[in-house]
Design a protein around this ligand. Sequence first.
Ligand code: GNR
Ligand code: NI
Length: 172
Amino acid sequence: MANPRDIIILPDKQLRLISKPVETITPEIRTLVDDMFQTMYDAPGIGLAAIQVAVPLRLITMDLSKKEGEKEPRVFINPEILASSDELSVYEEGCLSIPEYYEEVERPARVRVRFMDLEGKTREEDAEGLYATCIQHEIDHLNGVLFVDYLSKLKRDRVMKKFTKAAKLAAK
Ligand code: GNR
Ligand code: NI
């Protein structure tokens, strides 16, 4: 049914694109969503932004369920953060577009998010914990922002260089 797609990784410049809103939920969008879930579960990851499969649309898939438990697939179309808590929380983040690199990032502990679901219904939810971290990480992708952008210049330069070098070696 669904086909896994290739995940683009650093230093692919597409990761810096500003994704465009989804205008209508077409069959192509539904296919993209199915493929994104397949790609995300295969990886495995807890979230995926469309740009990570090289499609610059404001579309996110997520599943925060435990491995043993029932799947909880969620889709966010054109998500927006309406409000963020002053309180911050720290989480060790990773990104499928920056494989095998993990660092602690501080972000608002709670956010209120508005988005459209696959039925075209506008929803609002309050997110906290891992949900808050993940939705902020994914919305950042829609704006061309990566979690390494929150690290010190030293750490960011180091990871950028490592991936640039690896890409050059792989291209030879
Ligand atoms: O799978 C993922 N895990 C993760 C862990 C902590 C904070 C954010 C994430 S998202 C990441 C998948 C990904 O790269 N989504 O864009
Ligand atoms: Ni990511």
